[in-house]
Design a protein around this ligand. Sequence first.
Ligand code: FMN
Length: 147
Amino acid sequence: MKTAIVYESTHHGNTKKLCDAIAQKFDVQLFDINDNVPSLDEYDFIGIASGISFGKFYKNILEKTSEFLPENKKVFFIFTAGSPRESHADAVKKIAELKNCKCLGSYFCKGFDTYGPFKIMGGINKNCPTEDDLKKVLEFYEKITQA
Ligand SMILES: Cc1cc2nc3c(=O)[nH]c(=O)nc-3n(C[C@H](O)[C@H](O)[C@H](O)COP(=O)(O)O)c2cc1C
């Protein structure tokens, strides 16, 4: 079983912390969307991970998902946001479904956010993702890949 996670985590590296936690414990290859993403044909599971901007995964990773994601893969989503909610993955999920991929679920949690007015107050969710979030994303990964 081979897993790749393609991520974009440009605001504070919040989402990358979740990806790094998975890659430290499991045999998972991480690819930054801003580097060259190789062919992912050989991977069985593909994670797509991002911070949230205006209610969706970042524009760059959304646009490139249809290029890097092969058809018929098992996919999962990881994201952090100021106020995360399940629907933040709707747009990326739609792209994956158009590729006949099987969507296994999402893990999301709060991330440090200094966007707009939050900057003046020093940001919100200062210690997020927390140690507990890092533990929970491992449980999520284990559950979806061993189902
Ligand atoms: C331009 C911009 C727009 C954002 N829009 C949202 C949003 O619509 N909803 C939300 O909950 N958080 C929003 N955020 C907060 C980020 O999603 C949050 O800080 C996230 O953890 C950043 O992840 P990253 O550090 O991995 O890039 C926004 C942040 C930025 C910089």
